[in-house]
Design a protein around this ligand. Structure first.
Ligand SMILES: [Zn+2]
Length: 237
């Protein structure tokens, strides 16, 4: 296959196949594959890809945006975004006699008797968020403990923290797992994978062969989740 470089963003290979005209495909890794039948000239194929440049760049942007998680500096104001399990939740401040938080669809309604009270806004939202995080991690822990039950029966403590370089850590001596808080932005599947990975460390503390064989047995598709996590980029604004 011949590699054609249009510009520094668009590089592709032409595959000669028994297709009607020209087909263009973009993978999740932003690779472009072009297939065309043998009677179509290379020039015609290149022109076809050129004509699709705008569409290709838009696709690239879409792929990037799925990987990129932006975490804003919290101001606890209307319109603020919270990403939870891949879904966007938006904060809405509402003047009300009683102070409370009510989730409605993807809106987090923050009822306040004083909209300008920053401490109150912060307190209510942080409590709501913390509860959300704990529920999500707790649910995953229960699910993964069931998987692990034939091999391990103790329930560890779960804590969370923002780490810049890891998704989780297992403190075997303390019977504790600390998960990266940012995991809750991603997906239940990825949380389950990290949770199970850390739980298996109670049996196999190192990344030994036995560690991976148990992981493989309990979660045969763990590599897909691992790959997804590797691609995630978290940016704090
Ligand atoms: Zn590990």
């Amino acid at each position: 296959m011949k590699k054609i470089i249009l510009n520094n963003k668009i590089k592709f290979e032409i595959q000669r196949k028994n297709v009607k005209n020209i087909n263009l495909r973009i993978t999740k890794e932003k690779e472009i594959y072009v297939s065309a039948n043998k009677y179509i000239s290379e020039e015609k194929i290149i022109n076809f890809v050129k004509s699709k440049e705008e569409w290709i760049l838009k696709k690239f942007e879409e792929i990037e945006s799925k990987r990129l998680i932006l975490i804003e500096k919290r101001k606890y104001g209307t319109g603020e975004n919270y990403k939870i399990l891949g879904e966007d939740y938006f904060l809405k401040l509402i003047l009300n006699a009683e102070n409370k938080v009510i989730e409605k669809d993807n809106t987090v309604q923050l009822f306040l008797d004083d909209l300008d009270n920053m401490d109150l806004r912060k307190d209510l939202i942080e409590k709501w968020y913390e509860k959300k995080i704990n529920n999500i991690f707790d649910k995953s822990l229960k699910k993964m403990l069931v998987k692990l039950y034939p091999y391990y029966k103790k329930t560890p403590l779960i804590d969370h923290k923002v780490f810049s370089n890891k998704w989780g850590v297992c403190m075997v001596n303390k019977n504790k797992i600390v998960l990266n808080t940012d995991l809750i932005c991603i997906s239940e599947e990825c949380i389950d994978f990290v949770m199970l990975h850390e739980l298996i460390h109670f049996i196999h503390p190192n990344h030994s062969k036995s560690f991976y064989s148990l992981l493989e047995k309990l979660m045969p598709d763990w590599k897909i989740k691992n790959e997804k996590l590797k691609q995630i980029i978290i940016k704090r604004l």
